[in-house]
Design a protein around this ligand. Structure first.
Ligand code: ADP
Length: 307
């Protein structure tokens, strides 16, 4: 039986100005998975540790994503999946994406890489469709390609890996409250004004340029969301106080991670990222809510083998 153990990373989607198109891969936060090829055909989830998630293949994003890959592969292959969850579901840091991306990456590896990372994004998107009803790629693309990614187009799918400036660090707070995906979607108005659109695409272009030229000030100026954040931030306790505290401690920018409730801040250098974590911790202590805080380098590799 061919088998590997992998690290399936958490990811931060949207990054303020890139709703549904930008994402970034984290290094210290992620799940572990053991994926095995078996002689008996069919996809089985054999173990889930650390979370209460469905074991049925068709209800688990990892199972659905691997089935999408095997349907294209066309040969009779058996796959067994063990999931060791560290990323809490519904945290806004790509819990389902880690499972979908990790599973297809590992199966591709065990089959001697018949598919490109871009093709794997398509299979993993089937898992995202199960999790949220929408086959979005802004978490699975950075999990599979590593670093920062841009989904330039969904139809046809066109995913671009951006540059990762070496001193960038991510601080993430996950307040342990439940924000229903349906609520975080329902607060979004579907029309934007031309004025807002101009600001948003100016920032998106600025952020992409800043990542490539490693211009940290430009990255900071561009981490602004005039469309989604004003609507969604009302669902996250103390969002504005956290943001002000992070910026006061030197963060380049701060915003909602994915659909929340996690909040991310990007900083230049580990000392600033740690100071930002400390400032956010102080704000959240006062709320009495439970929360986790992580400081992570940007993972420019994506999913990786650990054994
Ligand atoms: P977030 O991105 O906010 O962390 P997700 O997009 O990961 O949240 O959504 C989690 C949803 O996906 C939950 O409803 C969960 O039950 C479902 N799900 C199914 N399989 C998995 C899996 N293997 N890992 C995580 N979530 C899964």
């Amino acid at each position: 039986m061919k088998s590997i153990k992998i690290f399936a990373p958490a990811t931060v989607a949207n990054l303020s100005c890139g709703f549904d198109v930008l994402g970034c891969c984290l290094d210290t936060i992620g799940d572990e998975m053991v994926i095995s090829l078996t002689p008996e055909s069919g996809v089985k989830i054999t173990k889930i540790d650390g979370a209460n998630l469905p074991m049925e293949t068709h209800k688990n994003v990892a199972g659905v994503a691997v089935e999408a890959l095997l349907n294209t592969y066309g040969k009779n292959i058996g796959v067994e999946i063990e999931i060791y969850k560290k990323i809490k579901a519904g945290s806004g840091i790509g819990s389902s994406a880690a499972s979908s991306a990790g599973a297809v990456w590992a199966v591709n590896y065990l089959l001697d890489t018949p598919y490109t990372p871009e093709e794997l994004v398509k299979f993993a998107m089937e898992g995202e469709k199960l999790a949220s009803g929408n086959a979005h790629a802004d978490n699975v693309a950075p999990a599979l390609l590593g670093g920062f990614t841009l989904v330039r187009s969904y139809s046809p799918l066109d995913v671009i890996k951006l540059n990762t400036p070496k001193d960038l660090l991510m601080t993430v707070i996950h307040p342990q409250i439940e924000v229903k995906t349906s609520d975080s979607r329902s607060v979004i108005k579907h029309n934007v004004s031309l004025k807002q659109a101009i600001q948003q695409w100016g920032n998106l272009g600025g952020l992409v340029a800043g990542l490539f030229t490693e211009d940290y000030n430009l990255i900071g100026r561009s981490l602004e969301d005039v469309i989604i954040e004003p609507m969604r931030s009302i669902l996250i306790p103390e969002f504005n106080t956290v943001k002000q505290a992070a910026i006061a401690k030197g963060a380049l920018g701060c915003g909602i991670s994915g659909s929340g409730p996690s909040i991310f801040a990007l900083s230049k250098g580990i000392d600033t990222a740690n100071n930002v974590a400390e400032a956010i911790r102080e704000v959240y202590h006062k709320t009495g809510l439970d929360f986790d805080i992580h400081v992570s380098k940007i993972n420019s590799q994506g999913v990786k083998v650990i054994e």
